[in-house]
Design a protein around this ligand. Sequence first.
Ligand code: GTP
Ligand code: MG
Length: 219
Amino acid sequence: MRVELMQGILGDNNAAARDNRALFDEHGILAVDVMGGPGCGKTSILEQVVRELRRRGITSKVIEGDVASDNDARRIEQAGAEAFQINTGGGCHLHAGMVRRALKQMDLQNTHVMFIENVGNLVCPTAFRLGAHFRFVVASPPEGDDKPQKYPVAFRDAEGIILNKIDLLGHLPFDAERFWELCTELNSSAPQFSVSSTTGEGIEGLCDWLLERRSKRQA
Ligand SMILES: Nc1nc2c(ncn2[C@@H]2O[C@H](COP(=O)(O)OP(=O)(O)OP(=O)(O)O)[C@@H](O)[C@H]2O)c(=O)[nH]1
Ligand SMILES: [Mg+2]
C-alpha cells in the first residue's frame, strides 16, 4: 500500500516535470536545478552566476524553494534577476507541480536560463525531478568531505557537482582530493566545479560551461 502511494506521488511528479520541460523547451530556456544541504551556498552561487550571465547579455530567472521566508528571492532580486519564491510550508523538497504553478505565473519571454534552487536538503529532493535539463549538487568544506559517501544518491544522480567555499580550504579539516575521488567513484560523468562565491573564483568557468550547454541544446 505504501509503495503504491509513493508510485502515485512520483507518477504525478513526473507528469508535471514533463510539462515543465516542454514549457522550457518551447521558450528556448535552459533550466538548471540546484540542490545541496542547508547553507552550502546555493543562493550565494546563484547571486554570482546571474550577475556574471547578465554581464554577458544573458537573462536568467530564479525559482527559489524554501520551507519559509522570501529571503533568498530578495537576495536574487538584489543581484538583478527576477525571482519567484515558493514556500513549501514544511515540505523538505520542491515537487514539479509547485514549479509548474510558479512557471505559469512568471513571464517566460526573453528568458535564457531558469535556475531552480531546491530546499536545503541532500535527501528528499533526489526522487523528485522538476523538469530541468540539468541538476547540480552543491557541497562545501564546512559540511565535511564524506558527504558523497553518506548521501550517495544526491551525487550519483547529478549532472554537475559544485564544491563551493574553496576559499575555506586549508582552514578546515576537509580533504578536497578525497571529496573529488568519492564523487568520481559515484559519478564519473558529472563535470566537477570548484568555486568560491565569496571571492568569485571559478564562477566564470561555471558560466562558460552553462552557456556551452545552452548553445549545444540550441544547435
Ligand atoms: N567563506 C565562504 N562563505 C560562503 C560562500 N558561499 C556562501 N557562503 C556563506 O554561507 C552561508 C550560507 O549561504 P547561502 O547562499 O545562504 O546558502 P544556501 O545553500 O542558499 O542556504 P539555504 O537556502 O538556507 O539552504 C552565508 O553566510 C554565505 O555568506 C563561499 O564561497 N565562501
Ligand atoms: Mg538559499
